[in-house]
Design a protein around this ligand. Sequence first.
Ligand SMILES: [Zn+2]
Length: 357
Amino acid sequence: MVVFWLLIGFAFAAFVVRVPARWLGIAALAIWLAVLGVHLSMPGGAVARAIGGSFAGWLVGGAVLGLVLGYRLLLRGLSRRAGGGQASDPVAVPEAVPVVGGDRSATMSDDELDRYARHIVLREIGGPGQMRLRGANVLLVGAGGLGAPLALYLAAAGVGRITLADDDSISLSNLQRQVLFRSDQTGQPKAQAGAAAMGALNPHVTVTPLMRRVAASDAALVAGHDLVLDGTDSFAARAAVNAACVEAGVPLLAGAIAQWEGQATLYDPARGGPCMACIFPVAPAAGLAPSCAEAGVVGALPGVIGSVMALEAIKHLTGAGQGLRGRMLIFDGLYGETRTIGLTARADCPVCGGRGA
Ligand SMILES: [Zn+2]
């Protein structure tokens, strides 16, 4: 009986610290073989009595358990093969249907353990942090300059479910900085082409293309997500995403770029700090904040700010380090300078009502 309770304790501990199923199986097989060996070589001995049971009993019990586990593995293999067959044609997928079906099993596969090995060895992320990324559901608004590195790094990092919203299609002038797309994709919808590229990079994540903008009235859409990332390029679009996030109580990682300078911050009034409207209450006067199309933007800048946003998203979702809630990181690419300023909520904010003050 001693061995039986040891096995139960061992299995429970392995479940708590998320030992991969393969190691668990090998360990259980080794213990079973050792028990059989003791019963066979010293039947009725002190060790055999301490273990309990008989050679025949352990043999039959192990064989039955092996058959059950083998049958389960066979079923899982068959369902995986069936699921893989559905993800072959991303172009034909209608709006809001996942292009690539991620693996929703409870533990990471050997492929995932290998893929995320550099995350798993980081003390601040580790296996539990990677599982949090795997279970996360984020909404990425805008598949442009900021959206391109965000989409690639979030998919590569193994963020389990990503919705990519954009109503635009790829043009030649995008390709100077939007590294998510290729020259032969001009004219294609950005949401679908981006989702297909993310699925090709990491088949373990589920990407849902949404070929429309996110409006201020989209709180219900936003509410289903753990985090929203805004890479849109106009004040009106950013204000709409902010309003939807405030109403849904979902944190918003926002970035903006123009010419040589960019900024990134986390708006999360539900948990402290300002919303976007606390900092930018009114739209800038026409001509004061020209778009990238009017004022220009250096090609690698969205890569810098988009990557900062992806890094902050990984930190936020895993709980690593200190995020940008109530702080704004400002990067001046022309002079190679970075600074961080503090942000506070406005008690009279018309959008969040200063609830984060
Ligand atoms: Zn506010």
